[in-house]
Design a binder for this molecule. Structure first.
Ligand code: IPE
Ligand code: IPE
Ligand code: MG
Length: 246
């Protein structure tokens, strides 16, 4: 059960939106002599405590990068395994997430998914659509460049005029429409790159990189990342102390 713990008092500043690049599942499995898919399965077991941790801390938006547009280039068995892991995750967690007030969203292109899984994702979005305690966005078949291409195509189709194109308008054509930009992006497994994740929205995100592989990333690690965020001086190109986050 997701119990709110008023943890927010322990942090000097809470990110409204945390986005996570859940990386290192394959290396986690390889280090244990296991097939890579075992790492991907283990990488759904810890999600519950991360979701709980976000609720405890008072985070409103959690976005998780689960499958990139480039991940289709992996061996077929791994791709198929990742699709069924998404399905299993929804089968296992949906009722509880729904009961606990989590709203599930999807970022990316659903149409590339097998119909059965697509229906499950759509169903999970439908039944949680009026929840608001935590907005959980699953980036699956998501690519930041693909998102921008999609936005441009849509603007052209809708005959948007050049003088009407503003940063705010572009934001309304992205998959993250109506969501605040991520304040904190966490990447596990030590890699220091964006890998096509939220490339527009990450303009002023704070980064937290940990060597921990994703399946070992737990609530304690999450709280370390939030505490680190609390120490950051977000200047947004301005000068310290000018109420930059207004
Ligand atoms: C992240 O783990 C999950 C996906 C990209 C789907 P990886 O599978 O990339 O794990 P490593 O980076 O190979 O260890
Ligand atoms: C990014 O991880 C994608 C996800 C976590 C879903 P990758 O493992 O695919 O990224 P690269 O290849 O190391 O940049
Ligand atoms: Mg990886």
């Amino acid at each position: 059960m997701l119990l709110p713990l008023a943890m927010s008092n322990n942090f000097s500043k809470i990110p409204q939106h945390i986005a996570i690049i859940m990386d290192g599942n394959g290396r986690w499995a390889e280090a244990r002599g296991l097939p890579r898919l075992e790492g991907h399965k283990a990488g759904t077991e810890n999600l519950r405590q991360i979701i709980q941790g976000c609720v405890d801390a008072g985070v409103k938006y959690l976005t998780i990068y689960a499958f990139s547009t480039e991940n289709w280039g992996r061996p077929r068995e791994e791709v198929e395994g990742l699709i069924s892991i998404l399905e299993l995750f929804l089968d296992r967690e949906l009722d509880e997430l729904c009961a606990e007030g989590v709203k599930i969203c999807h970022l990316g292109r659903l149409e590339a998914m097998p119909l059965k899984v697509r229906r499950k994702v759509e169903h999970s979005m439908e039944i949680t659509c009026s929840n608001s305690r935590l907005i959980l966005s699953v980036a699956w078949n998501y690519g930041g460049r693909d998102e921008i291409v999609y936005a441009i195509q849509k603007m052209i189709r809708e005959n948007v005029q050049p003088q009407d194109v503003t940063e705010e308008l572009v934001g309304q054509y992205l998959f993250t429409k109506d969501m605040p930009d991520p304040d904190l992006i966490i990447r596990t497994s030590g890699e220091m790159r964006i890998s096509n994740f939220l490339i527009w929205q990450a303009a002023y995100a704070e980064w937290y990189i940990t060597p921990t592989f994703w399946p070992d990333f737990n609530k304690e690690e999450l709280f370390k990342a939030i505490a680190s965020y609390g120490q950051r001086d977000r200047r947004f190109g301005k000068i310290s102390g000018l109420n930059n986050e207004d």
